[in-house]
Design a protein. Structure first.
Ligand SMILES: Nc1ncnc2c1ncn2[C@@H]1O[C@H](COP(=O)(O)OP(=O)(O)OP(=O)(O)O)[C@@H](O)[C@H]1O
Ligand SMILES: [Mg+2]
Length: 335
């Protein structure tokens, strides 16, 4: 199966295989989406999105038609709840629709929902934690039909924050460590804090690097594409100080929002791992480290995956790696 991550700014595809205890990278790539194809994480131009997905998988030579797709943002509701430890499966099955209504505040008929026991308790031995997840049926259908038009079948609709966690947990060696995974994309940030391999905070924040793009468009009366270009080579445009201050505003906002979520976790966090295209913003990692007092590193989701040097240019892999964290998690889910 191939993991397809349809983001607001680009589509990423990762195909992995598993043999003899080893994961191997078969295909990987990215294709940009024009502005307006995805609006607030909803597919507004199915024709464009399916065209981009289809040309990406054919350019990469992906053979399989089976795909895992991820959704995030408003279409997703996630909550970790405490339930009595003595609860049996039948008790949970009965309780979950109520939790979807009350804890997630979603209409049961409009969402696909599920629950996952986390085998972690909140300090009270008589309770245990369960993750309740709901995904809007309408959004899931939108993503599935875009894939279908691109000649793929979505076998699994996953949640970006979960894919991020799973992608890390599969290779996690440092049990007992608390790690915050922070994927800063274009329109949003997926945040997942794990205790070993078990998530105990999962959250989407509606702030990503597009915030900078929009400010630059407004300030300089330029197009989305021009603003994106400036982000990659700040020095080339002139008006350096003004651009710098937009970046600084974003870094302060993002740091603030991420710190608020991490503070809610009320647990000591050992490491922060940043991913997503906006993790490339040079000052972000340091600012986040300073604000939280936690060491920050940039994700390499391919670290434990065999990557052939003759098939993939190491520089290209290194350049794209932080952006591929969700797509790798999706691909792993399909194996
Ligand atoms: N070197 C860089 N400097 C600054 N920003 C960058 C850099 N590289 C990528 N970005 C920004 O990262 C964002 C894209 O990241 P990513 O591909 O993770 O987002 P996405 O998955 O398309 O969006 P989302 O998940 O929010 O829907 C864009 O806003 C882009 O401008
Ligand atoms: Mg993304």
């Amino acid at each position: 199966m191939v993991g397809i991550d349809i983001g607001s700014s680009s589509v990423k595809a990762v195909e992995l295989s598993y043999e003899g205890g080893n994961y191997r990278l078969e295909n990987m790539g990215e294709a940009m989406l024009p502005s307006g194809a995805i609006i607030r994480k909803s597919i507004s131009r199915d024709d464009i999105v399916s065209g981009v997905v289809s040309s990406l998988v054919s350019r990469l030579g992906v053979k399989t038609k089976k795909a895992v797709i991820g959704v995030s943002g408003e279409a997703v509701a996630l909550k970790i709840v405490n339930v009595p430890r003595i609860f049996l499966r039948e008790d949970m099955e009965k309780l979950v629709p109520d939790l979807v209504r009350t804890s997630l505040r979603r209409n049961v008929s409009g969402v696909n929902y599920s629950y996952t026991p986390l085998f972690r308790h909140n300090g009270k031995s008589e309770e245990t934690q369960v993750l309740i997840a709901a995904v809007s049926k309408k959004t899931a259908q939108e993503y599935k039909s875009s894939l279908f038009s691109a000649g793929l079948r979505a076998q699994i609709v996953d949640i970006d924050a979960m894919a991020l966690s799973n992608g890390y947990a599969v290779f996690c060696r440092g049990r007992g460590q608390r790690v915050a995974l922070v994927n800063i994309g274009a329109s949003g940030t997926n945040l997942s804090v794990l205790d070993g391999t078990v998530p105990f905070v999962l959250k989407d924040i509606p702030l990503g690097g597009q915030w900078i793009t929009l400010r630059l468009m407004e300030k300089f009366k330029i197009t989305y594409e021009e603003a994106e270009r400036i982000k990659f080579s700040i020095k080339g445009y002139g008006r350096y100080d003004e651009i710098e201050s937009v970046f600084a505003d974003f870094v302060a906002r993002a740091t603030d929002e991420i710190k608020t979520v991490l503070d809610e976790a009320e647990d000591v966090i050992d490491r922060i791992i940043l991913s997503g295209g906006s993790s490339r913003i040079a000052t972000l990692a340091d600012a986040l480290g300073e604000a939280t007092g936690v060491p920050v590193e940039i994700s390499n989701p391919f670290r434990n995956i065999t990557v052939s040097d003759s098939r993939f240019d190491p520089e290209y892999i290194e350049h794209l790696a932080p952006k591929m964290a969700v797509a790798v998690g999706l691909a792993l889910r399909g194996l």
